[in-house]
Design a protein around this ligand. Sequence first.
Ligand code: UDP
Length: 265
Amino acid sequence: MDFHKSRYTPMSRRRRIYEGKAKVLYEGPEPGTLIQHFKDDATAFNAKKHEVIEGKGVLNNRISEYVFQHLNNIGVPTHFIRRLNMREQLIREVEIIPLEVVVRNVAAGSLSQRLGIEEGTQLPRSIIEFYYKNDKLNDPMVSEEHITAFGWASPQEIDDIMALAIRVNDFLSGLFLGVGIRLVDFKMETGRLWENDVMRIVVADEISPDSCRLWDIKSNEKLDKDRFRRDLGGLVEAYTEVAKRLGIMSEGERPQGSGPVLVKS
Ligand code: UDP
């Protein structure tokens, strides 16, 4: 299929398939494709806290593109095809598995709260957790027993998801370490992709500072969505710093709306 030749459809005429808190999915130009649009909305605590942060969507689109493109290149299958413009990317339509897969390397957030482990404590090994994607229930943590008993994924699929999660964690940890950032934890989603009656599990959704905890190696400064969750301010500046360190944004480039960027290191 040649996605480059497809005619441009103004956004207003595209069919909206799904609207989430930070993204919108539109019908894609070819069957089996969708357009993933990144909004500037930031939410936390199951959308009880909500703000529009100008420029966040553009940054997440670019950072997620960078991560997914590299995952594709090293043979980790994802839904990503290519970025279309500042806020949109072309993706393969997948059947989303209703689980948030969290991988942790360092104690933080809900793990620290639930188990009383001080934030910043290195974990003895990487830990994978599953949460059932259900806003009404506040995304409860579930075990493999729940997942198989309720049919959200089969035992084989759970194995595949865990293997993907470990590969993504290894790749991301190295990527960020190389630019002076500690990958504390992250959340990923997966989906079923069918190709000629063969189904495989791929990485879906986004991987960005909205879904990762990223701490500067030297200062421990937070370069992720905790800036919003914890009212620290400077979210766009922090995401811009992540993009710059990854070599995504050139020095002169900045997302619309953000002022001159000054980052302490
Ligand atoms: N996370 C996410 N979406 C969610 C919940 C968590 O992207 O709905 C990410 C979060 O950014 C962090 C990791 O998953 O990188 C672990 O989050 P945690 O369980 O500590 O929950 P939180 O403290 O964010 O409530």
